[in-house]
Design a protein around this ligand. Structure first.
Ligand code: ATP
Length: 355
């Protein structure tokens, strides 16, 4: 097993596209590390550079203590799983699993042992004699994972491996991957554009934007204190309300007079925006203590919760997450108040967290 260090990674493709501007990452030994970001932010390029499938323009990659810049993929001792399973269609599951081991020239007894172990871990025993076209999408993906497992690599690199599966299967496979990683303790780097996947899987998450890392943190750190307006808008569904605020008498005042608890150390003379999670606000009856007047624009009734969209005069489209028992009709006059906690505050011009 091994950690992975990426230092000053830069990748410019021959056509001039800069896919990775500058990336530094320090991935711990045994960590499940997620790279998250929108399409085109450079996640795949960074992962492929780690795998040796893409040569970086500059920067260093270390796996364990080995500088791997000049090593071909096969000598990096990592296994990669892609969105497309890339199983050999003419081979049965057992031979798909055995393929990378036979290619390495392992003795047949060792091949059998490793295939049996991976098959047991990924619950493939009943499917060993089937070819890929007779497997469901989820089963094919389990075979692809098992084929990475048999190699007992120092690290797993996963590029959106669940994208092709339906929602329910994705959730199941997510649990399975998380369990597997915990069981093996092998370093795993997992690329996704799906923030729910990132939050539920990662020990830590790196949020990438335009070829740069905007934040690295645990799921709770990135949820509670996004490091930039980009991260604030990217994590959470519905996302944070970004509310323009003024510092007034030591407190924070938003449009319509909404009061928020200010964090310590707020800078003066800057245009500030507070990031307020929908669950940090409350819809109340009109005139309730501490509330400002608002109106319900719409209510999304989701069964376990209701997402209210409010207009409070100054700010339109304020999103508030409420329990399903709190019902207000569309267009109803209501109150809006801060339910507590200290929101992170950003500078509108630099887009960075300031307090
Ligand atoms: P996605 O989730 O859509 O795969 P990504 O974050 O993984 O996105 P990359 O695939 O790393 O992003 O691509 C980053 C940028 O580099 C994009 O603008 C992409 O168009 C560009 N790019 C990727 N591969 C090449 C290539 N072979 N030649 C030129 N440009 C490329």
């Amino acid at each position: 097993m091994a950690g992975i260090e990426v230092t000053s990674l830069h990748k410019r493709y021959p056509d001039g596209t800069v896919a990775v501007e500058h990336v530094d990452l320090s991935i711990g030994d045994g960590e499940l590390f997620v790279m998250l970001g929108p399409s085109g932010c450079g996640k795949t390029t960074t992962l492929r550079a780690m795998a040796g499938l893409e040569r970086q323009t500059s920067g260093d990659i270390r796996i364990g203590s080995t500088l791997v810049n000049d090593l071909p993929p096969a000598e990096r001792d990592i296994a990669m799983v892609f969105q497309f399973y890339a199983l050999y269609p003419h081979l049965k599951t057992r031979d798909n699993l055995a393929f990378p081991l036979r290619a390495e020239g392992l003795p047949e007894s060792e091949v059998r042992e490793r295939v049996a172990e991976a098959s047991r871990m990924m619950r493939l025993d009943a499917l060993l004699d089937r070819r890929p076209q007779r497997l469901s999408g989820g089963e094919q993906q389990r075979v692809a994972l098992a084929r990475a497992l048999v190699r007992r690599p120092r690290a797993f690199l996963m590029d959106e491996p669940l994208t092709n599966l339906d929602a329910e299967l994705r959730a199941d496979m997510r649990t399975e991957i998380k369990h597997l990683q915990a069981q093996l303790g092998t370093t795993m780097v997992y690329v996704t554009h799906d923030q729910v996947e990132a939050m539920s899987l990662g020990h830590r998450i790196a949020i990438l934007n335009k070829g740069r890392v905007e934040q690295v943190g645990t799921p709770l750190e990135v949820y509670d204190r996004p490091a930039s307006l980009f991260c604030a808008a990217f994590i959470g569904s519905p996302p944070m309300n970004l509310i323009e605020v003024e510092v007034d008498d030591g407190s924070l005042r938003g449009p319509g007079g909404l009061r928020l608890t200010p964090p310590a150390g707020l800078p003066r003379d800057r245009t500030l925006v507070a990031g307020v999670r929908p669950e940090a606000l409350e819809v109340t009856v009109p005139g309730a203590e501490g509330s400002v007047p608002a109106r319900v624009i719409s209510a999304e009734v989701l069964g376990d919760e209701i997402i209210y969209v409010l207009d409070n005069g100054g700010e339109r489209d304020v999103r508030v997450r409420m329990p399903p028992t709190v019902r207000f009709a569309a267009d109803a006059p209501v109150g809006l108040r801060h339910a507590g906690g200290t929101p992170p505050v950003y500078d509108v011009n630099t887009e960075e967290l300031v307090a």
